[in-house]
Design a protein around this ligand. Structure first.
Ligand SMILES: Cc1cc2nc3c(=O)[nH]c(=O)nc-3n(C[C@H](O)[C@H](O)[C@H](O)COP(=O)(O)O)c2cc1C
Ligand code: SF4
Ligand code: SF4
Length: 436
């Protein structure tokens, strides 16, 4: 059942909200769903956590600061992004320099928080620091491309014959550093401690700036603002001041603004990413030879260790996984097909392999081609296989996995628990019996 489109955004100077609103409204109209907007820009708005219900589609929108999610919002975003498999769209707004790792960081947090980030967009908006950089963005063309993106996303969400998998975006999900701002001489610009100042002759003591600071850092003395606490340079106070009384005069900050205005004047394009379509289905007889490929791919190769020759799969202890597959009553195999190509497989049979624990318990093997890993395809395949085995009356299924293999986390997630361990491997078991 379709729930609501829930849009969460941080937007001190309004650019992020502008693109989030366009996307949210479009998605709502196309999906026939009500749309809710939730700001987490102000301190009191970050006291509550989002309530995402089954069926809701989430849009999470953030500006890019120093190539990432704004540092001072990160703790909240980490806590707030929580859902139970809800489809989600990551949206970042950047000021025509670059979005660097921001989109990948947001998609990563969505995945870790239990959402299914199926699509992502990076929109150019006015740079909060500058009146020329990203001026007039998003323009009509940007909004038209955003509308087309919304249509693609809506179609994906309304098509039920394909799995929702994680979208692939450029950048690092766990970046270590932020972009270092440079000054006009291309040396690091040190303006971390810079704060705005207020021109007493222009200030009408209206109090607007006090209301808009995302850090709650602006106080008042005789009606005039005082800049007391942490300043993230978001420019909300300066941009919202009706009389232009607020300015940043720090020379290093101004030098950085001059540098970006000079270097990044050429307009950048908005970028859009939608997860590919993946279908899960039983393997066809003609495709069984592919299991040799997947067996080879299933061999875990630790970082820095050269891959073994392909002939390794001819070894007897590996052949048990594939020899005459499909001919025994307990053989089961599901594959993931992406745009007409089989990209992964999970298969089970009762066999005397490393993971064997009992003669009525199938052992499981699975693998995906490298470029399709970490997208949720493996988890979807596994869940589908567990359902199939459960429906066929098996009580449990086991597997062996190298301790260092990233897949251990995925096996745990779908319900496998450790049964025993050797020096290098875990033998894991998943109980398939339905709880009464
Ligand atoms: C502190 C700060 C850092 C920023 N860093 C970047 C950046 O690394 N790359 C970029 O293209 N734009 C950068 N921008 C521009 C913002 O991403 C852009 O202005 C965005 O629209 C601001 O969102 P808002 O209008 O919702 O406040 C930065 C802006 C601020 C305030
Ligand atoms: S918004 Fe501008 S005019 Fe109003 S109190 Fe702040 S500095 Fe003064
Ligand atoms: S004081 Fe700093 S953090 Fe607060 S609104 Fe102004 S620029 Fe943003």
């Amino acid at each position: 059942m379709m729930g609501k489109v829930k849009v969460y955004y941080f937007s001190p100077t309004g650019g992020t909200l502008q693109v989030a609103q366009r996307l949210g409204d479009r998605l709502g109209a196309l999906l026939g769903a009500a749309v809710e907007y939730h700001s987490y820009t102000l301190p009191h708005e970050r006291e509550a956590l989002p309530q995402v219900e089954a069926g809701d589609v989430v849009v999470w929108a953030t500006p890019v600061y120093a190539g990432r999610i704004p540092n001072k919002t990160l703790d909240y975003v980490r806590r707030a992004i929580h859902a139970d498999g809800n489809p989600a769209i990551a949206l970042v707004a950047f000021g025509n320099r670059a979005y660097d790792n921001a989109l990948a960081e947001l998609v990563g947090l969505m995945e870790e928080g239990g959402m299914k980030p199926v699509a992502a967009a990076a929109m150019v908006t006015r740079h909060a620091f500058s009146d020329t950089l990203g001026a007039g963005r998003p323009n009509e063309e940007d909004l038209a491309t955003l509308d087309r993106f919304a249509a693609q996303v809506a179609e994906k969400l309304l098509t039920h014959n394909s799995e929702l998998i994680t979208v692939s975006v450029p950048g690092e999900a766990h970046p270590e550093k932020y972009y270092t701002p440079l000054n006009i001489n291309n040396a690091p610009a040190g303006f971390l401690k810079a704060k705005p100042s207020c021109n007493s002759e222009l200030c009408t003591r209206c109090g607007v700036c006090l209301e808009v600071c995302p850090m709650g850092s602006i106080g008042a003395k005789d009606g005039m603002p005082t800049f007391d606490g942490i300043c993230i340079k978001c420019q909300a106070c300066r941009r919202h001041c009706p009389t232009g009384a607020i300015a940043f005069t720090d020379p290093e900050y101004l030098s950085h603004v001059a540098m970006i205005e000079r270097t990044f004047a050429v307009p950048k394009q908005a970028e859009f990413f939608v997860a590919r379509n993946v279908q899960l289905r039983p393997i066809e007889i003609m495709e069984i030879p592919l299991l040799d490929d997947f067996l080879y791919e299933a061999i875990f190769i630790p970082e820095g260790v050269p891959a073994p020759p392909r002939s390794i799969i001819d070894n007897e202890e590996l052949q048990v996984y594939v020899k005459d597959f499909g001919k025994r009553p307990d053989d089961r195999c599901l594959v993931a097909e992406c745009d007409g190509k089989v990209v992964g497989a999970v298969w089970t049979r009762i066999m005397d392999d490393y993971g064997h624990i009992a003669d009525d318990t199938p052992s499981l093997a699975m693998s995906l081609y490298r470029e399709y890993r970490n997208r949720g395809i493996g988890t979807a395949l596994l869940e589908r296989m567990l359902e199939l085995l459960r429906n066929d009356g098996y009580k449990q299924v086991s597997l062996s996995v190298q301790k260092e293999n990233y897949a251990v986390r995925m096996y745990r997630k779908v319900g496998f628990v450790m049964e025993k361990e050797t020096e290098e491997e875990y033998i894991m078991v998943c109980n398939l019996q339905k709880e009464e």
